[in-house]
Design a binder for this molecule. Structure first.
Ligand code: SF4
Length: 187
């Protein structure tokens, strides 16, 4: 990786942080490797979120586990950031759905900050794409907004919670809040 890519990403760190993103950090994946596990995809197959085989950004449409793993393993650095939202009351489904949309818009905001000289990179978000009311995958059409859709961290087999726990990154959602993560792999 050119030193240029890391310097460019360091330059945008201040802009990544705002009222909804109070944590952002650049990590060296040689020192803190991501855990990429087929068991995460198996979890997707159990369809707890309802998007397996129903969304262009999720398995199986996103690609095989091997293809996704290969893509991730070529990167040496990661910008990780967390979106945080207040809930009015726990298990307010409407508000939770709204925060997922807000988070995915936040990930697109960060994606749009990435300077061109960073070169090849991959942006991943928490949760399958919720941009359309119903994903075009369900009706066999092409993705309506490929410039908007960002695949979820889990769809690439990344055991994010294990990683976060090991590296002492605050995850889970404290009472009255929802936390989501986004990442940019580069270098
Ligand atoms: S933009 Fe729409 S069609 Fe494309 S992945 Fe997202 S929800 Fe599906």
């Amino acid at each position: 990786m050119g030193r240029c890519a890391e310097m460019s990403m360091n330059d945008i760190l201040d802009k990544v942080l705002n009222d909804e993103t109070r944590f952002a950090e650049i990590l060296d994946l040689a020192k803190a490797p991501l855990a990429i596990e087929i068991s995460v995809i198996k979890y997707c197959e159990n369809n707890a979120c309802g998007k397996y085989n129903k969304n262009w950004t999720c398995p199986p449409a996103v690609g095989s586990f091997e293809e996704c793993k290969k893509k991730i393993e070529k990167y040496s650095k990661m910008l990780i950031f967390r979106s945080e939202y207040k809930l009015n009351e726990w298990y307010d489904i409407e508000r939770i759905e709204e925060t997922i949309r807000m988070h995915q818009a936040n990930v697109r905001r960060v994606r749009d900050l990435i300077p061109e000289d960073v070169g090849d990179h991959l942006v991943l978000s928490g949760g399958g794409c919720v941009y359309c009311k119903e994903c075009a995958y369900a009706t066999g059409e092409k993705c309506r907004h490929p410039d908007i859709a960002i695949p979820p961290i889990e769809a690439y087999g990344i055991d994010w919670f294990r990683f976060a726990k090991k590296h002492k990154i605050k995850y889970g959602s404290p009472e009255g809040e929802m936390y989501y993560f986004g990442m940019v792999l580069f270098g």
